[in-house]
Ligand binder design. Structure first.
Ligand code: PLP
Length: 432
């Protein structure tokens, strides 16, 4: 890949030649839009155009951008300290955020490990499961069982439990630890679980349960691995099988956590809880990177009682005070808001607004759950063509593969939501 010299065309030209973007390449020829600022549900481009945000910056900006309450939390914490190391030191924002998270998550989760991104929180969860079994004298339990179409992050062990074929990580398959993949459940959200789904899962888990440390799943909604919504009863049955075969259950709520599916956590649709749970994305309301891995008193105590009696992970920026203070403010904002009504209104708006897509012959499926609306096409979209059309329509929508989807900030109003769904209907309709 050639990198051209620095002939000056301002920062935009420079960045195009020198800065990587997610799942992109230098000089990939894909459009990248310079942003001047963002406020509420509007992203303002350097050229003055304003786009209504349909993505919440990948599930995270649930309160919209430039929120006064979150800004104040950052500013107040900044006056105290931006950061101190967490080894041997601690601070109130971390303690209070942990208290909040333990209060919000299902009962048995009692301890919190702060990580710096979702992928890292998944690594931490997998390591916790491995150390738990090692401490219990079962160091042969080194593998993980999951379902296809999952996505758990871009780091190596997170890749190993993500869908092995759907394109994001298949390039690395020879380097990855081989995990066990059950088929993705075919029973959809709102349906009861077909016996064939649970039988398929059990036939994957049963023969390898003695070497399995944990099952890891995204509860109810599979995100970047296909935006699928599966039967809550399937999740309930998986929980039962984990108990039956004595393996831990890790729930990855990084995308689904904090109300996106209509419940605070997606596992509540199934009435199950995890032995280990990951949260991230919306945790700071999209302000900065922070994630957390929660686990039970039992798992924590077992790790502490094992050898070396310490959990072997500790990022430099662990529990960054600015991020913790912002997360605390974001949770206050969420809990003080009528978020259930807002998500229900968005769900209704997405359902009616996206309905015309289901009539289109090149559309495979339209599905909505909570504040997530998905239009699945029969073939992958051409990003070079479709992205500028959305921008021309005044909205920020970023499809991937066959999926055009909306997950707006919870504060979106009816008019702006209508603009978003109308744009999807028009652009998808024109993309035959
Ligand atoms: C985004 C995501 C991750 C990875 O989080 P990063 O912050 O991007 O590292 C892991 N699991 C799920 C379900 C996600 O949606």
């Amino acid at each position: 890949m050639k990198i051209r010299d620095n002939s000056d065309s301002g920062w935009i030209g420079f960045e195009q030649r020198h800065v990587w973007h997610p799942y992109s390449a230098i000089d990939a020829g894909l459009p990248v839009y310079p942003v001047e600022s963002a406020s509420g549900v509007r992203i303002k481009l350097v050229d003055g155009r304003e786009l209504i945000d349909g993505m919440s910056s990948w599930w995270s900006a649930i309160h919209g951008y430039n929120h006064p309450h979150l800004n104040r939390a950052v500013e107040t914490q900044l006056q105290r300290m931006a950061h101190v190391m967490f080894g041997g030191l601690t601070h109130e924002p971390a303690a209070e955020l942990a208290r909040r998270l333990i209060g919000l998550t299902p009962e048995p989760l009692q301890t919190v490990f702060f990580a710096d991104s979702g992928s890292v929180s998944v690594e931490v969860a997998l390591k916790m499961a491995l150390q738990y079994w090692q401490a219990k004298g079962e160091s042969g339990r080194r593998r993980f069982v999951t379902i296809r179409n999952g996505y758990h992050g871009d780091t190596f062990h997170a890749m190993s439990v993500s869908d092995p074929d759907n394109g994001m990580h298949s390039l690395f398959s020879s380097t990855l630890v081989k995990q066990y993949f059950a088929p993705a459940p075919q029973s959809r959200f709102g349906e009861s679980c077909r016996q064939s789904d649970i039988d398929a899962f059990e036939s994957c888990l049963a023969p390898v349960s003695a070497e399995t440390a944990a099952v890891i799943l995204e509860p109810v909604v599979q995100g970047a691995g296909g935006m699928r919504f599966y039967s809550a009863e399937f999740l309930r049955r998986v929980r039962e099988l984990c108990d039956h075969y004595d393996v831990l259950l890790i729930l990855d709520e990084i995308a689904t956590g904090f109300g996106r599916t209509g419940r605070m956590f997606a596992c509540e649709h199934a009435g199950v809880s995890a032995d280990i749970m990951c949260v991230g994305k919306a945790l700071t309301g999209g302000y900065m990177t922070l994630a957390a891995t929660l686990t039970t008193a039992g798992v924590s105590a077992a790790i502490g009682a094992g050898n070396p009696g310490l959990f072997m992970h500790g990022p430099t920026f662990m529990a960054n005070p600015l991020a913790c203070a912002t997360a605390l403010a974001s949770l206050e904002l969420l809990l003080d808001s009528p978020w259930q009504q807002r998500v229900a209104a968005i769900e209704a708006g997405l359902r009616s607004g996206l309905a015309p897509c289901s009539e289109m012959s090149h559309v495979e499926d339209v599905r909505v759950l909570g504040a997530i609306g998905v239009v699945e096409l029969k073939t992958a979209v051409d990003m070079r063509m479709i992205q500028p059309r959305f921008v021309a329509a005044g909205v920020w929508v970023r499809p991937f593969g066959k999926l055009v989807y909306l997950m707006p900030p919870f504060v979106v109003n009816e008019t702006d939501l209508r603009t978003l769904t109308d744009a999807v209907v028009r652009v998808v309709g024109a993309s035959v």
